[in-house]
Design a protein around this ligand. Structure first.
Ligand SMILES: [Zn+2]
Length: 266
C-alpha cells in the first residue's frame, strides 16, 4: 500500500503524524511526503524570507523525515509559495498532477473543516484534497482508496503512543523554527494528550488524531460551542499570519517580483 502525506509547510507532519509515519515505514508500506510549499515565510526576520529559508527548511524536512523512516528520495517539495496556497482551478490542477505522478493509494492532508489550525494554506490544501477525493477521482490515473485528515477536532481514528520523545526529536530538526521549538517540548505532549478520548482508546497517554473521509455521505455534525470557537479562531492571526507578513525587503529579486505579482492577484 502506498501512503502519501501531503502538507503545506515543511514541519507540519512532524507535529501531527510522526508516530503513524514511523509505524508505517517499519512495515511493508511505502510512504512518501509532499510539502506543497517550501516554507519561504516561516520566519519573522525579513532578510531570511524567501529562497534562503526554503533551502534550509527543505534540508531540515529531509532530516526529520529520515527519523520517521522516510528516505530523502521519497520527500517531495512543491513550488507554491508559502502563504499562497489557493483553492482554485490552478491549484486543483497542480495537486492532481502530483497525485498522478506519485499514484498513492491512501492520502493524508490537513483538516479543512473541523480544525483548530486555521492557516489559510492548511485550509485550502485540505479542501483541494477533499474535492479531488470526493468529486474528481475521474481525473486520476490511479484511484484513491482513502483520505484522512490530521489537525482535526472531529477524529474518527486515533493512533495511540506512550512517549512523546520520538516526535519531539523529529521536530527538533526544524531548527529554523526556533520560535516554535522553544515551546514544543511543553506544547506537544499537551496537544497530543489522550485524556478526552480515554473511553474510546483506553489508557494510552497520547494519541495522534485523524478523521477518515468517506466518498459519499454527510460530514459529521459539530456542536455549537465548538463551531463558535473555531469561527473565532478563523478570524484571528494566531496561526494565520497577517498579509503584512508576506513581504520581502528586496522587490527587485526574482522572488520579490513573484511575491509582488502574487499579492497583486489577491
Ligand atoms: Zn503549517
Amino acid at each position: 500500500m502506498k501512503f502519501l502525506f501531503i502538507c503545506v509547510h515543511p514541519d507540519d507532519l512532524e507535529f501531527n503524524c510522526s508516530n503513524l509515519i514511523s509505524y508505517l515505514t517499519s512495515t511493508d508500506n511505502s510512504v512518501e511526503i509532499l510539502s506543497l510549499t517550501q516554507g519561504e515565510f516561516g520566519i519573522s526576520l525579513d532578510q531570511w524570507k524567501g529562497p534562503r529559508l526554503a533551502k534550509i527548511r527543505k534540508k531540515e524536512s529531509i532530516n526529520a523525515a529520515a527519523i520517521n523512516g522516510v528516505s530523502a528520495e521519497n520527500v517531495y517539495f512543491g513550488d507554491i509559495i508559502d502563504g499562497f496556497v489557493k483553492y482554485n482551478s490552478e491549484a486543483l490542477g497542480y495537486v492532481l498532477n502530483w497525485l498522478n505522478k506519485l499514484q498513492p493509494d491512501i492520502i493524508f492532508a490537513p483538516e479543512p473543516y473541523y480544525t483548530y489550525y486555521w492557516h489559510s494554506d492548511h485550509i485550502n490544501c485540505g479542501r483541494l484534497a477533499y474535492y479531488i477525493f470526493r468529486k474528481k477521482q475521474n481525473l486520476l490515473n490511479h484511484p484513491l482508496r482513502s483520505l484522512y485528515f490530521y489537525t482535526t477536532v472531529k477524529p474518527t481514528i486515533w493512533w495511540p503512543f506512550k512517549d512523546s520523545s520520538h516526535a519531539v526529536r523529529a521536530l527538533s530538526f526544524h531548527r529554523s523554527q526556533w520560535w516554535l521549538l522553544k515551546k514544543v517540548r511543553l506544547f506537544y505532549p499537551i496537544e497530543k494528550f489522550n485524556l478526552p478520548y480515554r473511553r474510546k482508546i483506553g489508557s494510552w497517554k497520547f494519541a495522534e488524531r485523524y478523521r477518515r473521509v468517506y466518498r459519499k455521505g454527510k460530514n459529521p455534525a459539530i456542536n455549537f460551542i465548538l463551531k463558535v470557537i473555531l469561527g473565532k479562531l478563523s478570524r484571528s492571526h494566531t496561526v494565520n499570519p497577517p498579509r503584512s507578513h508576506y513581504t520581502v525587503p528586496d522587490a527587485s529579486t526574482p522572488f520579490g517580483q513573484k511575491i509582488a505579482q502574487l499579492r497583486s492577484e489577491n
